[in-house]
Design a protein around this ligand. Sequence first.
Ligand SMILES: [Zn+2]
Length: 214
Amino acid sequence: MTTVMELALECPRCGGAFVTNAVMSCGNAGQDTDFRPHYWGTNPLPHFLHRCPLCRFVGSQEDFELHEGSTEGLPVDEAGPGAGRYADAAGLAEREGESLKTVADLYLRAGWCARVAGDEEAEQRNMGRAAAAFSRALEIGEVRQSDAAVITYLVAELHRRCGRFGDATAWFEQAASVPADEERAHWLPALLERQRRLAEEEDDGDAEIPDQDQ
Ligand SMILES: [Zn+2]
């Protein structure tokens, strides 16, 4: 189950202090076909990032200092569904020249949060941005060889989920030609083939990874 605890942080940008929640524990079983974990209880993802209510700076806990002393009267960081803060963190990472893989991972999480919240428009927008950033990361050789097959699959699956079936099919075909690492070779080819067929059938539906595939 997801549990959170309250803590007070100081913003590196404006120096202001605020109260927020941080994840104490969480667990999951199973995942969607774009690897969104199925967490037990509430979605913990919004609480892995914190947003300064004073200047809107977004970061993970390491980006802030712990605030010592009283928390009385401090503004509160309300996490909400989380898609907005992940998209903002992705935009910030992009502007600060962090790796495209980092940017893509943040947009992917923005899409996952939007899915949990039932916001299809934000889900598609962020999945599309994640697909674009992952594909650029692959192009410029930023993805490790051992991860190339699974990331190529993920780009295909994100295109399928966005209803871009031509792109999806082309990426699934490309993914099938990239050898998976030893652990993923046990389940990735079957998953890839199943999702490739869905793209061919122009099915953009949500789906889980079957147990036998992982
Ligand atoms: Zn601030």
